[in-house]
Design a protein. Sequence first.
Length: 202
Amino acid sequence: MSVNRLGSRTLRVGLCCLVIVGALAGGAAPAAAQPRQATSHGGLTALVGLSAERILVADKVAAAKFGTTSPIEDPAREQVVLDQAASLAAAAGLDVEETVAFFRAQIESSKLVQRGLFDLWTAHPELAPTERPDLATEVRPILDRITGQFIAELSATERLRGRTVRCHVSLVAAERSADRRYHLDRLHERALWGAIEPVCTD
């Protein structure tokens, strides 16, 4: 994100207060507003949840590569993912450039997590994984499944994502929901914010 961590926290608190105030003004309790964020009529909970899930898969990618000659940077594989995203976006009637930017953010956030884990495991070898997942058979099928779900959610939220204020309010609420659901630590939370930065398109 372009703001520092303290600024991000302040922004999230402020925006979430707006959600609560709006709910109270409409005569509804704050608790009643949360389920609407996850419905198919809008809200970004499912989309952000998928980003969080993909970021956690980066742990498996890091475990597969750590201690091997496989680099974190894999331009050829990254281009395959971006080309696939562009093709699926075109077929779904989505803006191809925006969709590719979204997927590029997912890739960069994954690499952020991988670098963080590499640093941790290098400094503390006792924390390094003892098993190495297979990228082709264990990891990539998960990523391919998430890719298809991303396209469906980007299509379902297209209208909301083009409305700046509503989108950002929903994005903050969805990020907080993902934090709670997946118990993200600081590294993965930072990666999630990078992954969802392109969500609001206006």
